[in-house]
Design a protein around this ligand. Structure first.
Ligand SMILES: *[C@@H]1O[C@H](CO)[C@@H](O)[C@H](O)[C@H]1NC(C)=O
Ligand SMILES: *[C@@H]1O[C@H](CO)[C@@H](O)[C@H](O)[C@H]1NC(C)=O
Length: 461
């Protein structure tokens, strides 16, 4: 009986029906006579079928039609599935295998490519996919290992990081040069701590200074955390020290484009240089000078405004805002930044009395996948070789602290900090990290500053 397999194109189906006698199998052009375009995906094997004699139901989907795995197909050699000979008969196919590579049942020509996360795979001349072997910024295996491992924090797959190599994550998402030995040896300011100083168990700067603590920023693929963390800390400090009379969100772009002495914009920079600029030149708000840099433009856009002295230590901008919607181009400055000791208690006291502080942070591969909880660097990448264990220096804004009781009764102390990877990352753009153990060097280099606020900045009543 004539058969009209589903999936057959209508014209062929009609011919088969109207002829009444001739079947599609006799009519068919043959899958192999006009050049096989399938390098040998698994069909009979995938469907686990090999049928004796003629069996019109013995088909599996083949591109947009069907192919057969019955012995009748071998007689006409017209519509056998490509793996019929090898899988059903155990002999080589009677036609040369097309060059190309198979993937998910389809064939791709030599030179074709696809991406597997951060690695590019290319169809080689031998019919084999050849894939790059980079460590990826997001790694499903590591995410699973962290979440299974009871490390006290959860990992997640961030779609905006997916497809990046770890190397590029470190190159484009951090951007703080380690302080030089001279800067590291800067005298530390010691907070006077007396024995009856009581520090609360929990502290959140945003609760103490409502409306004055700015939301986490997003540096995109700009390795400019030096400018982002400096602008973030200075914005909060000026708001606090003016008692909320001024709450500017300061412009990282102003620093990236204009603080160019020994700085490298979106290729990294130094914190001491950023603070020098904020003290001596000052910056405008983010609204006035919005963020436009991305790593796709390696050279920072030219500086759109400088500042000049107006006497009495004040400065004014030399140009209008680069954003024509904003008129106020007021310049904000700070006093000299000061380095705190690495003592946990002193850092806490400074935070409590004066507001958020800046800290460097050594970022390891697992930190990019942080989603929630109290972060500690884990050993999950250790078995994967050195390529998977890169790290780089970053800087962040510490905004508070707290502690959590573990099921075993132990107390886990942590800092709360704002990162600059947007609010979709971590706990609303923030993260918590173990406190008092210099985790990832977060207590190594901690900086505070005063806003330069004078009485005339306060509104007169
Ligand atoms: C199937 O075809 C191959 C190659 O043409 C041939 O050697 C083999 O004998 C055939 N087998 C049957 C069962 O017809
Ligand atoms: C991660 O997210 C990307 C993009 O959303 C997705 O394509 C990928 O399959 C995910 N990977 C894992 C391991 O969940």
């Amino acid at each position: 009986p004539p058969r009209v397999p589903t999936g057959l194109s209508p014209s062929v189906a009609q011919v088969a029906l109207s002829s009444g006698v001739r079947t599609r199998r006799e009519l068919g052009p043959g899958l192999y006579q006009h050049g096989v375009y399938d390098a040998g995906g698994s069909y009979c094997q995938r469907g686990d079928v090999c049928c004796h004699g003629r069996d019109d139901g013995c088909t599996v989907p083949y591109h947009d039609t069907l192919c057969y795995c019955d012995l009748f197909c071998n007689r006409t050699v017209s519509d056998c599935c490509p793996d019929f000979w090898e899988y059903c008969l155990g002999i080589p196919a009677p036609f040369p295998k097309a060059s190309g590579c198979a993937r998910a049942g389809l064939n791709y020509p030599t030179g074709a490519t696809y991406r597997e996360n951060c690695n590019l795979c290319t169809c080689g001349p031998g019919g084999q996919w050849q894939c790059e072997d980079h460590a990826c910024l997001m790694d499903g295996e590591l995410i699973d290992a962290i979440n299974r491992g009871n490390y006290g924090w959860r990992a997640a797959n961030y779609s905006h990081f997916w497809g990046m190599t770890l190397e590029n994550g470190i190159r484009h998402r951090l951007g703080t040069f380690r302080p030089s030995p001279t800067v590291m040896n800067m005298n530390e300011i010691h907070m006077s701590m007396d024995s009856n100083d009581v520090l609360p168990r929990h502290f959140d700067a945003a609760a103490k200074w409502p409306g004055m603590i700015h939301e986490p920023l997003d540096q995109g693929n700009c390795a400019g955390s030096w400018a982002f963390s400096t602008a973030a800390v200075a914005s909060d400090r000026i708001s606090i020290h003016s008692m909320g009379h001024m709450t500017p969100a300061l412009s990282p772009q102003n620093l990236l484009s204009c603080d160019t002495r020994n700085q490298r914009g979106c290729s990294g920079g130094r914190l001491d240089g950023a603070w020098w600029y904020l003290r001596r030149r000052g910056v405008v708000t983010d609204e006035c000078y919005p963020f436009t840099s991305q790593q796709s433009q390696p050279a920072a856009p030219p500086c759109m405004m400088h500042s000049r002295s107006t006497g009495r230590g004040k400065r004014q901008a030399t140009a209008r805002c680069p954003n024509p919607q904003t008129h106020s181009n007021e310049i904000y400055q700070s006093t000299p930044a000061y380095r705190l000791s690495s003592s946990e208690k002193e850092i806490m006291k400074e935070l409590l009395e004066n507001g958020p502080v800046q800290a460097i942070l050594e970022v390891h591969e697992d930190f990019f996948m942080y989603k929630s909880g109290i972060y500690r660097h884990t050993p999950v990448a250790e078995g994967k070789g050195p390529k998977h264990q890169r790290h780089g220096t970053h800087s962040v804004k510490i905004t508070g602290w707290g502690e959590e009781q573990l099921p075993d009764g132990q107390t886990q102390k942590y800092w709360t900090a704002a990162n600059s990877w947007g609010t979709a990352w971590g706990e609303g753009g923030h993260f918590r990290i173990a406190r008092g153990v210099n985790e990832c060097e977060v207590e190594t280099f901690v900086v505070g500053v005063w806003g330069r606020v004078s009485m005339e900045d306060m509104p007169h009543k």
